[in-house]
Design a protein around this ligand. Sequence first.
Ligand code: OGA
Ligand code: MN
Length: 292
Amino acid sequence: MAVIVKQLHPVFVGQVTGVDLREPLDEATVAEINVAINRFGVLVFPGQFITDEQQMAFSRRFGDLETTVKVYRKDYVSRLDPHVADVSNLDQDNRIRRKDDRLRLNALGNRLWHSDSSFKRVPARFSLLSARAIPTEGGETQFADMRAAWDALPDRTKARLEGLICEHTQLFSRAKIAFTDWSEEERVKMAPVPQVLVRAHPGSGRKSLFLSSHAGRIQGMEEPEARMLLMDLMEHATQREFVHTHRWTVGDLAMWDNRCTMHRAREYDETQVRDMHRTTVSDGKPTVAEAA
Ligand code: OGA
Ligand code: MN
């Protein structure tokens, strides 16, 4: 089976056809997908009516899967396997969550630009998101190319950013939408983790900005200055020329590289079901070497 990749945006994003992700793939096909994701950062595979089992099997070809943390509180009961993140507006009984549901409010944070699991010391490498049910309008996912964003920075800014270490936690991202309903235990578990601000992307040899709404501090910098710098960089990195909007069709599977892209969900009519399932491949190592 020949894998066909068509570029969807001037600087990144490929659409992949000619492959059935429900079937076990041979090494050559996985290698072709690796080449494509290294080049394009985001791949969209249309027409993949995949089960959770098949999605986990495909994802595992690229590394170990993360288990979902969701919101750490003990009251969370998932409908899905621990390796599948429930990115839907449904509760464990498949009912649409109420407006004031804590998990719904927390999940609104997905509408802030981010890189998955940047709040974990070992962040995500790839995320794979499949559309099982979608609303009639809205609910798109947007992607931003962090290698192109890096390339477009003035040399003076690049020099200033190299070597900086940020601190990321969901407490910072959720504070941006005034979500503060955490238990003491959760706050402790969500202590900030260090992440480099500039990454070398192994699959392409290119440099990339590592931004995420979870970032809130920069080591060795006053907080207002750090916040301003992060906001300026966010604004720069999410300009139109670096952003692609994916309008979902049921059966689409999107795979993205969290090391060199950001993404966010868009608003939709939440009286309709939006059911998306995500598997996440861990990057396997921290971006900052463990303190000696
Ligand atoms: C995710 C995510 C965005 C969306 O699954 O990691 O941020 O559009 N999803 O649901
Ligand atoms: Mn995400």
